[in-house]
Design a binder for this molecule. Sequence first.
Ligand code: COA
Length: 311
Amino acid sequence: MGVGIIGLGKYVPEKVLTNHDLESVLDTTDEWIRSRTGIEARHIAADDENTSHMAIKATQIAIDNAGIKPEQIGLILVATVSPDQGFPSVACQLTEHFGIQCAAMDIAAACSGFIYGLVTAQQFLENNSYEYVLVVGVEKLSKVTDWNDRNTAILFGDGACAAVMTKVSEGRGILASELGADGSGGKHLYLNEENHIAMNGREVFKFAVRQMGESAVQVLEKAGLQKEDCDFLIPHQANIRIMEAARERLNLPEEKMSKTVHKYGNTSAASIGLSLAEELEQGKIKDDDIVVLVGFGGGLTWGAVTIRWGK
Ligand code: COA
């Protein structure tokens, strides 16, 4: 048997903040942001809309799409670096909302968190601990963004994704995975004492270009596949230039890489699942396709999975 995703959900808040909106409050231009990052706009949660609220919305869609009831979930894993509070975790808040009791915890692996969640879920499903595991990636980065810092304020956005995972047919689902972390790079991207994102953009950029390409190639090789077997690439939506480097490493044509960064910005743990859900909605990923998800983030962390899509 394999282990795969049988239902996905995504949610972004209604309010859109464009580059032009930022021009009026920061020393920046739409042209600079577009050309350096590919970002045109991002969605920002309302003051009274917290991380858990967005997680609930994406989860409801994912369980409806999976055709299961909340009480069938045995484990909830929520990847986030912007929870409502230190504890209780967002995962625990989900159990309360859905009126269930099950194992529940948050994962702090920054933008790689959703991949860490998928791979952790896979272990519990393969060893028969649970029948269904819910993996959520959610961020309200707007509350940890320093809106006076043009180096970071232009990059981030809010949103959520959720995936229901269970056993699928042999040869389907997750074929290979790769997770990693190197704390020596932690100083390049972190939450500072004011609880704001602090970043050395150039260092993160160099790391990301190298790591995304390497992880994508390795996770295909681990699955016994070649670059040309990849049907679709879902990279972490941090910066179009970083994403393009990964796509070129796999020799993929443009239409085979997911791109949502222009409208959502970098939504950290939500970004990969948001993009995956969107590509599925648009019919771009088909049964039996080989899909590579790859991400990097604060930690520094990285992660990738090769999935053969379908049940
Ligand atoms: N608007 C206008 N100018 C800006 C600016 C902004 N928002 N932000 C920075 N600048 C300026 C800089 O001050 C610098 O000026 P200087 O040359 O006078 O010092 C100049 O633009 C170039 O800065 P540089 O850092 O070389 O730009 P870059 O091409 O590396 O792009 C990032 C900057 C942040 C877009 C890029 O480094 C990046 O994307 N890094 C990775 C960040 C990331 O993905 N973080 C999240 C990881 S999960």
